[in-house]
Write a protein that binds this ligand. Structure first.
Ligand code: NAP
Length: 260
């Protein structure tokens, strides 16, 4: 496995990717494994995690499933205990798990339509989870004076998007958290950064109504949505030694998106 004749970017690195059973996390898992990493595939649904583990193994890579709801502090503690028992350490954490909406329907929700549950679930799934997993990873990375953490932000957190104020608040929170933790742990050899993707073709964006998709494309200078590989490439960079002088940065592969 890997690219013959070229150095693998994550040779023997131990990686945990949350929400890796689908979309962007899955793509990162496949790419990181090709680059020599041993990959912990977290997802909330066992079959999603197992399917990606099987895909990685079929391609000749090493992976294990870790089923956990990362919005739960107790579940994250248990997942890390299991992960460390299986792999012995952690070199790279990617906080990627997420949800695009808190209800089944794709109707637009203004801020006055949001229930306490719509707010809590969104913040818990993105922001609480990023804190819980980062806290556990740092307990290993700080003492060994190395590690990379990559957090999944969004243009929703940088530029803002209408009718998803809970999602935008969660993503902006992740970016603020990234910048603070990055400054705190840089002197301990731990590198923390974020990605802020534009709109990417994944199962999360598949249910977008045609008018919403047209609006997205009209606001993207490249005139199309991105591919998961565009984001996996940015994650690989931030997870690897190539990013050893990057601290608290937000990289935004977004096709030129600038407006809300
Ligand atoms: P996706 O295909 O829906 O993948 C997200 C995965 O996370 C799903 O397998 C999901 O499981 C899982 N998940 C949800 N809640 C979880 C929890 N509490 N614990 C563990 N796993 C959980 O979406 P994606 O597009 O790849 O998105 C990945 C990340 O990128 C998210 O943080 C998203 O906000 C962010 N992002 C996406 C885009 C985009 O355009 N796609 C743009 C910017 C940022 P279920 O399927 O069961 O929910």
């Amino acid at each position: 496995m890997g690219t013959s004749g070229m150095t693998m970017k994550l040779k023997d690195k131990i990686v945990l990717i949350t929400g890796a059973g689908s979309g962007l996390g899955r793509e990162m898992g496949l790419l990181f494994a090709r680059e020599g990493a041993k990959v912990g595939v977290n997802d909330i649904r066992p079959e999603s995690a197992q399917n990606v583990v099987t895909e990685i193994e079929r391609a000749g890579g090493v992976a294990r499933p870790f089923v956990a709801d990362v919005s739960s502090s107790a579940a994250v503690r248990k997942m890390f205990a299991d992960f460390l028992a299986a792999f012995g350490t952690i070199d790279v954490l990617v906080n990627n798990a997420g949800i695009g909406r808190t209800r089944e329907s794709t109707e637009l929700l203004g801020t006055t339509d949001l229930t306490d549950e719509d707010w809590r679930l969104m913040l818990a799934t993105h922001l609480d989870a990023t804190f819980y997993c980062t806290r556990e990873a740092l307990k290993v990375m700080i003492p060994k004076r190395s590690g990379h953490i990559v957090n999944q932000g969004s243009i929703a957190g940088t530029a803002g998007l209408p009718f998803v104020s809970n999602y935008c608040a969660a993503k902006a929170g992740i970016i603020g958290f990234t910048k603070s933790v990055a400054l705190e742990v840089a002197k301990h050899g731990v590198i923390v950064n974020a990605i802020a993707p534009g709109f990417i073709e994944t199962p999360m964006t598949a249910p977008l109504e045609p008018e919403a998709k047209a609006w997205v494309i009209a606001n993207t200078p490249l005139g199309r949505m991105g591919e998961p590989a565009d984001i996996a490439a940015a994650a690989l960079y931030l997870a690897s030694d190539d990013a050893k002088f990057m601290v608290g940065q937000v990289i935004s592969p977004n096709g030129g998106w600038t407006t809300a």
